[in-house]
Design a protein around this ligand. Sequence first.
Ligand SMILES: CC(C)(COP(=O)(O)OP(=O)(O)OC[C@H]1O[C@@H](n2cnc3c(N)ncnc32)[C@H](O)[C@@H]1OP(=O)(O)O)[C@@H](O)C(=O)NCCC(=O)NCCS
Length: 84
Amino acid sequence: MCRNDGLKDGYRTCCRSIKVKMESGCEEVTLEAEVTNKGALALYGRLGFIRAKWLFRHYLSGVDAFCLKLLFPRSDLHPFIHKD
Ligand SMILES: CC(C)(COP(=O)(O)OP(=O)(O)OC[C@H]1O[C@@H](n2cnc3c(N)ncnc32)[C@H](O)[C@@H]1OP(=O)(O)O)[C@@H](O)C(=O)NCCC(=O)NCCS
């Protein structure tokens, strides 16, 4: 992905992937991002991901990472959210 015309390609691509995960019954999405990747961290934060864990020297380059999680509301606990 890359920032090209300001049309929020990263945001839209992530939203599409998250929607597919939600519709397939997943309970959460987990990913990792370098702690230095300000753009990605801002994007994931804006989408509601929480920083669940600091991963020390996670990448071969020696850079630390955040483990990020987006938790989906459970339909049995929050049925009003899942109503059509
Ligand atoms: C990180 C990346 C996916 C962001 O995608 P993008 O298309 O540039 O981001 P969008 O235009 O959809 O922006 C969505 C939100 O992300 C945040 N954001 C994105 N890039 C940012 C940057 N460089 N600095 C600060 N915030 C940024 C903003 O909050 C933005 O919302 P806003 O403009 O309403 O404030 C893109 O820069 C990219 O492909 N980077 C290289 C690969 C990479 O790092 N992938 C992630 C690996 S974990």
